[in-house]
Design a protein around this ligand. Structure first.
Ligand code: HEC
Length: 269
């Protein structure tokens, strides 16, 4: 009796594993199909075009374009800028990622209101996010560029160290850290493969493919969005946009991706 029961349980388990594997591969296939359907077209281009318009059109109370915005390579230069972010900025005396740097430019140069901008940082239902569009445009201008982030400045090193610390910090009701889900290869959750973010191959693959157009949401999402969504999965308090923790984690991931070639914005699940 016992052995029959064991056998049935074994069969059920095997069937379950096959179903899991099938569902996993069908998700991946669906994305592959979706990519094939678009061919060389990527819906992220719509965000890039809107971002370019936002970058070049005089806007805000000061009615200026963003030609004066320095993303690290000089005022107005976008080509290759993202592949060297986050970085230390003399003018703001801060280490900034792309999104927090954009907030500085939009508020300081154009005179826009920070609270208003952040209200629609990921879109607010009625309004698409200007920050996501600008990010798409700027990131696309780094396609083919090699990730090369400097931590020579002590503040940049401190940001990296903070990100490293947070990555391993266990907290929340499940006592998870980022490393719990992303520290080993081959882990999965609800059928999704969890990318290993600590070895160079995994880190490069993950970092250089973000931001991405998420098929499941019909939206382009940036690294700040990705991180706050993982904070949510970890059941941590909401991650503040442009905070030291967000920038530190980005610095840690970007530095681990050193040498990777930027391919974003990509099509993601
Ligand atoms: C409970 C598990 C879990 C925890 C904890 C977690 N993540 Fe994630 N993370 C995921 C899942 C699941 C995905 C894939 C989501 C998807 O494909 O939609 C993901 C995706 C990512 C990605 C994008 C990788 C890629 O290849 O697209 C990054 C970067 C990331 N997480 C960073 C972090 C950081 C940093 C932390 C810690 C603050 C963290 N995650 C904590 C589950 C987790």
């Amino acid at each position: 009796m016992k052995s029959i029961y064991g056998c049935i349980r074994g069969l059920l388990l095997a069937a379950c594993c096959v179903t899991l594997a099938w569902a996993q591969s069908s998700t991946e296939e669906a994305i592959a199909e979706y990519r094939a359907m678009f061919g060389d077209e990527n819906p992220a281009e719509l965000w890039q075009i809107r971002g370019e318009e936002l970058w070049t059109t005089p806007r805000g109370p000061k009615n200026v374009a963003l030609a004066g915005c320095d993303l690290g390579l000089g005022a107005g230069i976008v080509t290759g800028a993202y592949a060297q972010l986050p970085r230390w900025f003399e003018d703001t005396q801060r280490v900034q990622d792309l999104e927090s740097r954009l907030v500085s430019c939009l508020t300081d140069l154009q005179g826009l209101d920070e609270a208003e901008l952040l209200k629609s940082r990921f879109g607010d239902g009625a309004k698409k996010s200007d920050l996501e569009a600008l990010t798409a445009y700027i990131v696309a201008a780094s396609r083919g560029h090699t990730m090369s982030v400097s931590i020579a400045h002590p503040a940049a090193q401190a940001a990296y160290d903070l990100g490293h610390g947070v990555f391993y910090y266990r907290a929340g009701p499940h006592d998870f850290s980022c490393a719990t889900c992303h520290g080993e290869s081959g882990k999965r959750i609800r059928l999704q493969v969890l990318p290993k973010l600590l070895d160079p191959v995994g880190a490069r693959y993950a970092y250089t493919s973000w931001p991405g157009y998420r098929v499941s949401q019909g939206e382009l999402r940036t690294m700040e969005w990705r991180l706050q969504d993982c904070f949510r999965q970890q059941r941590l308090p909401q991650l503040r946009y442009g905070s030291e923790v967000a920038i530190g984690l980005t610095m840690f991931l970007a530095k681990n991706a050193e040498g990777g070639i930027m391919t974003a914005p990509n099509i993601t699940r």
